[in-house]
Design a protein around this ligand. Structure first.
Ligand code: BGC
Length: 891
């Protein structure tokens, strides 16, 4: 694991790295008029920034602004130094920095360009247009084509398409696909917020005749969504497109083409497209050249314009969903029926791309599944999601196809109807997820542990597709709040998901306001699966997700914007707990999926669900009290602190004896009490820790926790002084455990500890996914405690380096792209010595605590550092595991 870009340049050896605009990866079409700017610096060890200068230029006019030299050591989220951006304004930004006050500045950074989107509703002159025949369909509805001719009358300086849809869309301009994002505009709470996308289409235009067109399908807007049959037409019963194409000529004049009554529409070859069910494409129905000039428009009908105003359009804050990589099959088995069974070696969220040759009308059918059972696709876990794509050949030559408006969670595919012999490169799996920047890595001497971590990363990829979902395969794929509550700290380490989750949290707040509480998933689908009402851990996402993002980013903005949502959640629960200070009423998911719960009663946990609810109530109140203090809401700080004190006392009286024994004698109960600080110091705390250790030993180091206890248990054992037991639990391979799925060949984190039973059968429960990230929340402990890299201060301005080796590991390392640059911790054991290397990026310092009783904490400044201390050899660890080279079983 080598940090990238460890070189320096420029006279002083100091170089400003990439300048970031807010939390955007690509700052085209942003919604902020005064975006904050951040940068990292590459510099010699010990260097620190004393001042900076930001220069902003308008590439069109050459006008420039400068912050002047600002004496400030921070390089994150610095104020916009120029006038507020207006819609469409384009700017170029560069930064330089000073170290010692007397020295020269660094060279200027490379310039980065940003451009505002349409910031006002009044910027939209386009009207919503709908294909006249887009009537509600029975199952997966068809996609339509929409098009409009327009002329380009001179040399073009820049051209932008701003677009969104009721449904999902893909644009084409002069026969070329516009952009690379899929399933635009993504899924938000459309009643409140609908994202539009901005595309740079300058290079696609030609002088003279041009055509802009779109595919338009149901998507989340009116397609089937939700479990137990789900609902259709959640937001409306017809698809529609809103598009504005703005062309700016070199001579300064401009021309705009918008969706209006002059557009026409026609049926497309996509005769059915459902997010769950898959897509059917009849290539015989293609309209060659439909998005090019000169296409004969016979059979096209005028669109209908809708009255709706574009009032709630917002610019995206996170990156779109894109193809991330492609996978070739690792094996192809031909069954006696002639069907082919393909294994892509990795459970993903995505779809297949085919290249085929055959006769017109031949049908190729692609079915998808995450696992095999008895050598066949295991499709029962998909419930009612058909997950089937069908391609009907046009005939007469090479044909290439990939569905547009669906994705599937799969590792295996069954292909039937393939004409002739399939070639090596004829089918590839394409992985899709939000195009987030990877920011976190982990590695160790244990192959199974590394595979577990890899599985966590893959489950995040599979479920961070525009919104954070529970799973990518069955008829669900919803933004379940509780799953993210427990996974957010891990997520925020692995990828930069601030922008994406900020959007989801805005939806959470909107739905909370609309429905009177934080719903179980966001966006919410009103249906009656569970009694509706406030529920701990799930609803606590309102507080704990923004808090986790603040820890990793140091950005208070989200805490500020989510503050009303946080406080209204806490106030609602505080009202429910008014009598006793306990949250002891109403429906609760509790320690969901405790391994002792029967397959069809996942909420039947060993831990009192009101103990869980009351513990989380204390926790969220304490966090809100801290947020109030951080944001200057002093009155609130006092009020929430006092509510937290009351809830904490009530918790102690109701659930904990003086000895530390708890009313629920379960691992989750003790993990909550120890880790959330709910115990009196001394006897009670020690007693609870001891009991937790006893239970973990008595359980034979098999996992005994569900959604709530699992993210906490290793931390709780560490806090209570039993880190060796945490390692034994972590490295257990018998079922249930974190590594059991790895030994079964898992390539993602499973929903259940035993989604696949040891005999290879699929768990009989009706809710059995093989790609659910919640239990992967242990990765946060791997990063912070096994490797020893954590923020000591929000945003990693100070880094806590606190590795706690064990489990026979001979080395471990973590790396994180902090807001200031790459931080890295790596340790290895050499006999009785532990060697540690630490990298703290410029602008930060590290508090290093070595795992040796004689050594106290050391503060290390920016740069690379090495430490060593005496340590027991790996062979002396309880629960010692084989060292390097262990690999997981596959298959
Ligand atoms: C989902 C979850 C969710 C749970 C809550 C399941 O159907 O997949 O992960 O948190 O329900 O009950």
């Amino acid at each position: 694991m080598r940090p990238p870009g460890e070189h320096t340049s420029g006279g002083s050896g100091v170089q400003v790295g990439e300048v970031r605009i807010e939390h955007h990866r690509d700052a085209l079409g942003i919604g902020e008029s005064e975006p904050r700017l951040s940068w990292s610096v590459r510099a010699p060890d010990g260097w620190s920034q004393h001042a900076y200068e930001i220069e902003v230029t308008d590439p069109g006019t050459g006008a420039a602004w400068s912050s002047g030299r600002v004496a400030d050591a921070d390089s994150c989220l610095r104020c916009w130094p120029a006038g507020p951006l207006r819609s469409r304004d384009r700017r170029s930004v560069r930064v330089r920095v000073w170290g010692p006050p007397t020295g020269p500045p660094s060279p200027w950074s490379a310039p980065v360009t940003l451009e505002a989107g349409l910031l006002q509703a009044a910027d939209w002159t386009a009207r919503w247009v709908s294909p006249a025949s887009a009537a509600p369909a029975a199952a997966a509805g068809p996609a339509f084509l929409l098009r409009r001719d327009f002329a380009v009358g001179g040399p073009v300086r820049r051209a932008r398409a701003y677009a969104t849809a009721h449904g999902v869309y893909e644009l084409e301009l002069n026969g070329q696909r516009v952009g690379s994002q899929v399933l635009a505009p993504g899924w938000t709470s459309y009643h409140h917020r609908l994202r539009y996308q901005t595309y740079d289409v300058t290079a696609l235009l030609r002088a003279g005749a041009n055509v802009i067109g779109a595919y338009l399908a149901d998507g989340w807007f009116c397609g089937r969504i939700g479990f137990q049959g789900g609902v259709r037409n959640l937001y409306g019963d017809r698809t529609a497109l809103l598009l504005q194409l703005e062309v700016e000529y070199e001579d300064g004049t401009a021309e705009t083409t918008v969706t209006d009554a002059s557009w026409s529409a026609a049926p497309s070859p996509v005769i059915g497209a459902g997010l769950y069910d898959g897509e059917t494409y009849d290539a015989r129905l293609e309209r060659p050249g439909w998005s090019e000039p000169g296409h004969a428009v016979a059979g096209w009908l005028p669109v209908e314009t809708l009255e709706e105003k574009p009032a709630h359009l917002v610019a995206p804050t996170g990156p779109p969903v894109r193809a991330a990589q492609t996978l070739r099959p690792v094996s192809v088995r031909i069954k006696p029926s002639g069907r082919m069974l393909l294994d892509f070696g990795q459970n993903i969220s995505g779809r297949l791309r085919i290249a085929v040759n055959g006769q017109a009308g031949q049908r190729v059918t692609l079915r998808h599944a995450e696992v095999l059972e008895d050598g066949e696709l295991g499709i029962r876990p998909l419930r009612t999601a058909r997950a089937t794509d069908t391609y009907v050949l046009r005939g007469g030559g090479a044909e290439r196809w990939e569905p547009r408006f669906t994705t599937h969670g799969f590792r295996y595919a069954e292909v039937s109807g393939w004409p002739g012999k399939m070639g090596q490169a004829d089918i590839t799996a394409v992985v899709y997820h939000s195009d987030l920047e990877r920011t976190g890595w982990f590695d160790s001497s244990d192959g199974l542990l590394n595979q577990l971590h890899e599985n966590v990363v893959w489950s995040m990829r599979g479920n961070f597709a525009d919104l954070p979902t529970d799973c990518p395969q069955r008829d669900e794929r919803l933004g379940w709040t509780g799953d993210l509550t427990v996974f957010a700290p891990t997520a925020a380490f692995l990828f930069d998901c601030y922008g994406m989750l900020a959007s989801w949290l805005a939806d959470l707040a909107a739905e909370q306001q609309r429905f009177g509480t934080v719903p179980y998933y966001v966006p919410w689908i009103p249906q009656q699966a569970f009694p509706f009402g406030p529920t701990a851990v799930w609803g606590d996402a309102a507080v704990l997700v923004p808090w986790a993002l603040y820890q990793r980013s140091g950005d208070l903005a989200l805490l500020r914007s989510q503050y009303p949502s946080m406080t209204s959640w806490a106030d609602q629960v505080a009202k429910l707990a008014a009598e006793s200070g306990l949250w002891d009423s109403g429906f609760q998911f509790g320690d969901w999926l405790d391994p002792s719960a029967p397959p069809d009663h996942p909420a039947d946990s060993r831990t009192d669900k009101y103990l869980v609810a009351s513990a989380y109530h204390v926790h969220t109140l304490e966090i809100i009290a801290r947020v109030a203090a951080l944001t200057g809401a002093t009155g609130d700080h006092e009020r929430y602190s006092s509510l937290a004190g009351r809830a904490r006392r009530a918790f102690a009286v109701r659930f904990v004896r003086r000895s530390g024994r708890m009313t629920s004698d379960s691992q989750t109960a003790y993990a909550l009490a120890v880790q959330l600080g709910l115990l009196a110091p001394g006897r009670q705390r020690a007693g609870a820790g001891r009991r937790l250790a006893e239970l973990v030993r008595a359980g034979g180091f098999r996992i005994g926790t569900g959604f709530v206890g699992t993210p906490l248990i290793c931390d709780a054992l560490t806090t209570a002084g039993y880190v060796d037991l945490a390692y034994q639990l972590l490295l257990q391979t018998d079922c249930p455990s974190w590594l059991y799925p790895v030994t079964m060949g898992a390539t993602t984190i499973w929903e259940r500890w035993d989604s696949m039973l040891p005999d290879g059968r699929i768990n009989p429960g009706q809710m059995t996914s093989f790609n659910h990230y919640a239990f992967g929340a242990v990765a946060d402990w791997l990063h912070r405690t096994v490797a020893g890299l954590a923020p000591a201060e929000p945003g990693y301005r100070t880094i806590a380096v606190r590795p706690r080796p064990g489990g026979g590991l001979t080395r471990a390392a973590a790396r994180h792209r902090t807001p200031y640059g790459i931080a890295e911790v790596a340790w290895e054991r050499d006999g009785h010595t532990l060697n540690l290397s630490v990298t703290a990026p410029p602008g930060t310092s590290a508090i290093v605590s070595l795992p040796s009783p004689e050594l106290t904490e050391t503060v290390a400044g920016p740069g690379h550092h090495r430490f060593s201390c005496a340590y027991r050899p790996a062979a002396d660890d309880p629960g010692q595991v084989p060292a390097d080279g262990r690999t997981s079983r596959s298959g």
